[in-house]
Ligand binder design. Structure first.
Ligand SMILES: [Zn+2]
Length: 184
């Protein structure tokens, strides 16, 4: 089922997600609906807040983005991305690598807005999978960026909070319009 994506201005985007304590059938269905919704919107990631539910759950799929490659390591070994995408991560926690790089980001809750955002080049992630197993992996490239963007969402943090001041000023008209549409 395709869910409605909420836009900037909706207070749910500022809510910290509640940890998922029990993986019920309803949670599993919600995860599948989130994947359908992400694909329908041509996104590479979606957080539960973006469909109106403040929960620690995100879905990511970067396998088809050929011009922005990613790597993924499980147990120290490189793995085939295709086999692991889409990722469904519950209660994810990231450890950020020290080296930063700038890259273009958009967000499904900010239609028509993209900006250069500085993020860690690599991350280590720990999360629960939908079957309840604990999963640890390392990521670089677009996957590392998507993980940081989505885990921010789960904590009520938006990519505009990570923009430099000049970028935010340049986008202020568009951001105001988005907020107005939400209220209107
Ligand atoms: Zn986003």
């Amino acid at each position: 089922m395709i869910l409605d994506i909420v836009n900037y201005g909706d207070p749910v985007l500022r809510a910290k997600g509640a940890a998922i304590k029990e993986i019920t059938g309803e949670i599993k269905q919600f995860a599948l609906d989130m994947i359908d919704t992400m694909r329908d919107a041509n996104g590479v990631g979606l957080a539960a807040q973006q469909v109106g539910r403040p929960l620690q759950m995100t879905v990511i799929d970067v396998a088809d983005v050929e011009d922005r490659p990613s790597t993924m390591h499980v147990g120290g070994q490189p793995v085939d991305l295709e086999k692991w995408m889409p990722l469904i991560l519950l209660n994810p926690v990231l450890t950020l690598g020290k080296t930063k790089e700038s890259g273009t980001e958009g967000c499904l809750s900010f239609p028509d807005i993209t900006a250069e955002i500085s993020r860690s080049e690599s991350v280590s992630a720990k999360a629960l999978l939908l079957d309840g197993t604990e999963f640890e992996f390392e990521a670089t490239g677009l996957l590392a960026r998507a993980l940081q963007h989505e885990v921010d969402h789960l904590n009520g943090i938006l990519f505009i909070d990570r923009m430099n001041a000049a970028t935010k000023v340049a986008l202020s008209g568009k951001l105001k319009r988005l907020q107005k549409e939400m209220r209107g």
